[in-house]
Design a protein around this ligand. Structure first.
Ligand code: FES
Length: 106
């Protein structure tokens, strides 16, 4: 499945993601700018914050409790579509997923 990352300046990076890895891992493996993943995917750093494309929100779903608390600490503004990309698991159903990377990660 592919995941496209759109940065604040409009530049797009499409990553070939593997089913079962996280969206954060796919970004880091593909050298996508704007996703840091400092904690390695433990929902404890919020440097993998993304805004999920509206169309995909029903498939991706809301954050879990721990993630929800971390999103409040993210450097860039939280939105209703905010998720930590390390907590989104890539599936075939998410092929074509588009996420926006925030203005700033810590
Ligand atoms: Fe640290 Fe996602 S990689 S919260």
């Amino acid at each position: 499945p592919t995941v496209t990352f759109v940065s604040i300046d409009g530049s797009r990076h499409t990553a070939d993601a593997r089913v079962g890895e996280s969206v954060m891992a796919a970004a880091v493996r593909n050298g996508v700018p704007g996703i840091i993943g400092e904690c390695g995917g433990n929902a404890s750093c919020a440097t993998c914050h993304v805004y999920v494309g509206e169309d995909f929100m029903p498939l991706v779903g809301p954050p879990g409790d721990l993630e929800d608390d971390m999103l409040d600490l993210a450097v860039s503004d939280r939105r209703p579509t905010s998720r930590l990309s390390c907590q989104i698991s890539v599936t075939d159903a998410l092929n074509g997923l588009a996420v926006e990377t925030p203005k700033e990660q810590p």
